[in-house]
Design a protein around this ligand. Structure first.
Ligand code: HPA
Length: 246
């Protein structure tokens, strides 16, 4: 049977409708995960939940212990993850609050431990990452978005930047030339680690702002929080419909 986890990003540090049955402080060989692992029933299905930035949103993207998070979920028997990530929109037609189900990712991060396969190996390991996201899970999410007539994009390339600062306008121009449509700070190494653990992993990206240089407005934390409010409502709606299908 499938065991599903949700990794909540900025704007989603808790799940409203979850009926929590267990809260566990779990340790990993890689240190502490971002918070207590919650198990509960959500829309009739058992789901695990982990807030990526901690329960009080205090862990910045470059300090998230991605390996610990993925390890504790795998250890709990999770084989499927829906990750929710706030992003900036690079494409001019992306509006704040809109959601994107990316199909590709480019890793621009610089300081993160990005693999489980580095010590005590009998042999070097390279995992296939041609399609970085789980096709079946993406399809399920996309079907729900289409059925609900939501404002969404069914594909896109996610640029994973190091942060925590936002990008310069010229950095965004470069990402666009590279073929990126959205930019965020948490997509990697999370997706790569999930693949190393053979977990089916898909991302619901929520546009929190237009990327640097794409609007005259200064990007502020307030702006991001306000715009995410709407987007996260959409995410909750998608989760309510997609979870029972998993
Ligand atoms: N850039 C990087 N990460 C982000 C952004 C952005 O503009 N908005 C939300 N997360």
């Amino acid at each position: 049977m499938t065991k599903l986890a949700i990794i909540g990003g900025t704007g989603l540090t808790s799940l409203d409708d979850i009926n929590i049955t267990r809260k566990e402080v779990v340790q990993s060989p890689f240190g502490h995960p971002s918070g207590i692992l919650q198990t509960g029933e959500l829309f009739g299905t058992e789901v695990l939940f982990l807030p990526r930035h901690g329960a009080s949103h205090t862990i910045p993207p470059h300090k998230v212990n991605y390996r610990a998070n993925l390890w504790v979920l795998k250890h709990a028997g999770v084989d499927t993850i829906i990750a929710v990530n706030a992003v900036g929109g690079i494409d001019s037609d992306l509006e704040a609050g809109q959601i994107v189900i990316p199909d590709q990712i480019i890793d621009y991060t610089t300081s993160r431990t990005n693999t489980f396969f580095e010590e005590g190996l009998k042999e070097v390991v390279h995992v296939d990452f041609t399609e970085p996201y789980c096709a079946d899970l993406r399809e399920k999410i996309i079907s729900v978005c289409a059925e609900q007539s939501l404002r969404f994009k069914d594909k896109g390339t996610y640029a994973a930047t190091e942060g925590p600062r936002l990008e310069s306008a010229q950095e965004i121009n470069r990402l666009e030339r590279d073929g990126c449509n959205i930019v965020g700070m948490t997509g990697m190494p999370e997706a790569g680690l999930a693949r190393e653990l053979d977990i089916c992993y898909a991302c619901i990206a929520v546009v929190a702002n237009q990327a640097a240089g794409r609007s005259d407005e200064k990007i502020t934390m307030d702006m991001i929080a306000n715009n995410l409010n709407d987007g996260i409502k959409t995410v909750r709606k998608v989760l309510s419909k997609v979870i029972p299908t998993i």
